[in-house]
Design a binder for this molecule. Structure first.
Ligand code: AMP
Length: 517
């Protein structure tokens, strides 16, 4: 099943309906999109001599040409490598080299960096800037026929966002993309040709993946002109494109919920916000529900099982009368239709409900492996299960709660402390806007809990107050030994707090030098 066949099909069923939009403007109809896709596919195959299975990278901010390229790559039977466009030049060089990309599509903003890599990255034959002359030639090339993609053919190399170590390329097959799309219909939302999907988050990540079921059903794909998240712009787009859904990181949801322009129109025009990728704290979720109503669905996933492990449905969010509602809102929901999810101990033995362990996943949506990395593949997919590196536990009703990523776990005085619990506690204090908790090497305790806190307002809340807040909610041994007040937490391009950086900050301090070995 080739996802590009969806574009062809829509071109037959609804040729004149909007398919792609840039802001409020229609960029192309389905007939137009299909023609561009077939031509660009032809241009890639003949113009650059590419053969099925060759890799084509995309380093672009969100724009219509991004989606035109993505589907053209599949139409031609090639493999897409959508790269996070905000990466440093050296990181781009690594990914293009590692995937042995033959051609890279880019835009004016990234052209200098990307062009300079042709010659440096051995596999790279050309960089095409879109829009631009070379792109115009591609769009005018003779159309290629739709290529066959078999279920296990690679379709998308998803390089992990790099909160830890070197990026690895999760190899997503045609079947993986199909399963992710079908289970969107099963567990998140039905989609119709009257709907729209808004790409406010990077297309190289969850937004791109959740774009697929919308293309499948003939909904219009809308790319904001700003390429990102601007409250006034999103409010205008919600009115222009009724039935809009979009994927957003929790930080974005929080920002939009606080935006008066968005709040004024959301209830009439928004269909669904799918949030996930990082924890959403209960207080923020309650605020967002206040503004958006029950139009929120949470997903828990990772590149390795494209955005598909569990979901907390819109119905779960709406079910406020359930006595377990608060606990459920702090969970990531229940397993998706197309996967089995288990919590296991260090020896991969399944643990009963209530006991935390590593979350492992099995199903047709799970990646084929890491590109050109048999050792990491064997380790991560051992026993036929994807080892997520996340720690969580099921409750008796089958809802999964993430405790943390296993590497974030703090062990102090022999006790396991999951930072998330401490952060949740701190966030209930009105003087705390954001908090990130990490472990600092400690001669006595092994590790000591340190909280980096962004104050909400002028004055930082007194540590004794924060202690009280923690002691009111969590066990004494979990409470921070130290509070550090900072203006902002370091985040990566997807809005996740980079705890590695905070740990490094602590290790770099003179007093801890003797512990670093
Ligand atoms: P990535 O592959 O870059 O999307 O990162 C996936 C990781 O993000 C997961 O392994 C989790 O650690 C984290 N994550 C994803 N979804 C959620 C969620 N709903 N709540 C908390 N953390 C999440």
């Amino acid at each position: 099943m080739n996802p590009a066949s969806w574009v062809e099909r829509n071109a037959r069923q609804r040729p004149d309906r909007p398919a792609l939009a840039e802001g409020e403007q229609v960029h192309s109809t389905w007939a137009g999109w299909a023609a561009t896709v077939a031509a660009v596919a032809g241009g890639l195959r003949t113009g650059f001599g590419l053969a099925p299975g060759d890799r084509v990278a995309i380093v672009m901010r969100n724009r219509p040409e991004y989606l035109e390229t993505l589907f053209a790559v599949w139409h031609a039977g090639l493999v897409a490598v959508p790269v996070n466009a905000r990466l440093h030049r050296e990181e781009l060089a690594y990914i293009l080299g590692h995937s042995a990309a033959a051609v890279v599509l880019t835009d004016e903003e990234h052209a200098d960096d990307v062009r300079s890599l042709v010659g440096e990255v051995a596999s790279l034959r050309a960089a095409v800037v879109a829009p631009g002359e070379a792109w115009t030639r591609l769009v005018a090339a003779p159309a290629a026929p739709l290529a066959t993609l078999r279920p296990l053919d690679p379709a998308w190399l998803f390089y992990t966002s790099g909160t830890t170590g070197r990026p690895k390329g999760a190899t997503l097959t045609a079947r993986n993309l199909l399963m992710a799309s079908l289970s969107y219909f099963a567990d998140i939302d039905p989609v119709s040709a009257q709907d729209a999907v808004l790409h406010a988050a990077p297309l190289s990540h969850g937004s791109g993946l959740y774009g697929l079921p919308h293309v499948a059903r003939g909904a219009v794909s809308v790319v904001p002109r700003s390429g990102g998240v601007d409250g006034a712009e999103i409010a205008a787009l919600l009115q222009r494109w009724p039935g809009t859904s979009f994927f957003a990181a929790p930080t974005m949801v929080k920002r939009l919920a606080g935006d008066a322009a968005v709040a004024a129109v959301a209830r009439d025009h928004l269909k669904t916000i799918i949030y996930g990728g990082a924890p959403m704290y209960l207080a923020d979720l309650e605020d967002a529900l206040e503004v958006f109503g029950p139009r929120l669905a949470q997903i828990y996933g990772q590149g390795e099982t494209p955005m598909t492990i569990t979901a907390l449905s819109k119905a779960d969010h709406a079910d406020r009368d359930d006595p377990r509602w608060r606990a459920r809102m702090q969970s990531v929901g229940t397993p998706r239709t197309d996967v089995e999810v288990r919590v296991v101990d260090d020896e991969d033995r399944e643990l009963p409900a209530g006991e935390p362990g590593e979350i492992v996943v099995r199903g047709d949506v799970v990646m084929a492996g890491y590109w050109d990395d048999p050792a990491a593949t064997a380790e991560t997919l051992r026993g036929g299960w994807l080892h997520t590196g996340d720690v969580g536990s099921f409750d008796a009703d089958g809802y999964l709660t993430l405790r943390d990523r296993s590497k974030d776990l703090i062990i102090s005085g022999g006790m396991n402390i999951y930072p998330r619990e401490v952060e949740e506690a701190l966030l209930t204090h009105p003087g705390v806007r954001a908090a990130a908790v990490v472990g600092r090497p400690d001669p006595e305790w092994g590790e000591a809990v340190v909280a980096f806190v962004v104050a909400d307002g002028e004055a930082a809340p007194p540590p004794a107050d924060l202690d009280r807040t923690c002691l009111d909610r969590i066990a004494r041994y979990k409470r921070p030994k130290e509070y550090r007040f900072v203006d902002a937490l370091p985040t990566n391009n997807y809005g996740k707090v980079v705890k590695r950086e905070l740990r490094q900050r602590l290790r770099d301090e003179p007093g801890s030098a003797f512990l670093n070995g």
